[in-house]
Write a protein that binds this ligand. Structure first.
Ligand code: FES
Length: 164
């Protein structure tokens, strides 16, 4: 079985689970059911933790490994809950050689979370990402749609403070 553990404990409600059961029932037996069910599940729960993947696998009579394979392949799906402000630090090659590792570390230190994590108040979530096509601005960090480029570690804390 693949390791589909997430960094944050699952806390879905019975109402959310019932909604998911209805979505599964509506798609069960149809070809190509996996994608629409996963998309609906992510809308219901905000992310796709192991528990939700198991419900989908059992509901659609598919191996969990197949569900996990789809979830981990498409960037639209998330294994972890997202904060109100979603931080992505680019660890693509251009950013990495310009010190993206130090940027990531500065974010981790400021917020006390690692990639895949979310602050207890739900305000910030942190992810490392691949090249976002702004290599000329390396190293780059995104917060929701805002792009910050040519960053130094010292700039990280003041930028994050703007979102408080
Ligand atoms: S490697 Fe970071 S934007 Fe391209």
């Amino acid at each position: 079985m693949p390791n589909v553990k997430t960094a944050v404990p699952y806390c879905g409600t019975p109402e959310q689970e019932e909604k998911l059961r209805q979505v599964i029932a509506a798609h069960k037996g149809q070809p190509g059911a996996t994608m629409p069910v996963l998309q609906a599940a992510q809308e219901i729960f905000g992310y796709l933790p192991e528990e939700v993947q198991i419900m989908i696998a059992e509901g659609l009579d598919l191996p969990l490994s197949e569900i996990y394979g789809v979830v981990s392949f498409y960037t639209q799906f998330s294994l972890n809950p997202k904060g109100r402000y979603q931080i992505s630090v680019c660890l693509g090659t251009a950013c990495y050689v310009k010190g993206a590792g130090d940027i990531l570390q500065a974010v981790e230190q400021k917020l006390g979370i690692a990639p895949g994590g979310i602050t207890p108040d739900g305000k910030f979530s942190l992810d490392a990402c691949r090249c976002i096509g702004a290599c000329g601005l390396a190293p780059v960090m995104m917060i929701n749609e805002d792009v910050y480029g040519r960053l130094t570690p010292a700039q990280v804390a003041p930028i994050l403070d703007m979102y408080k």
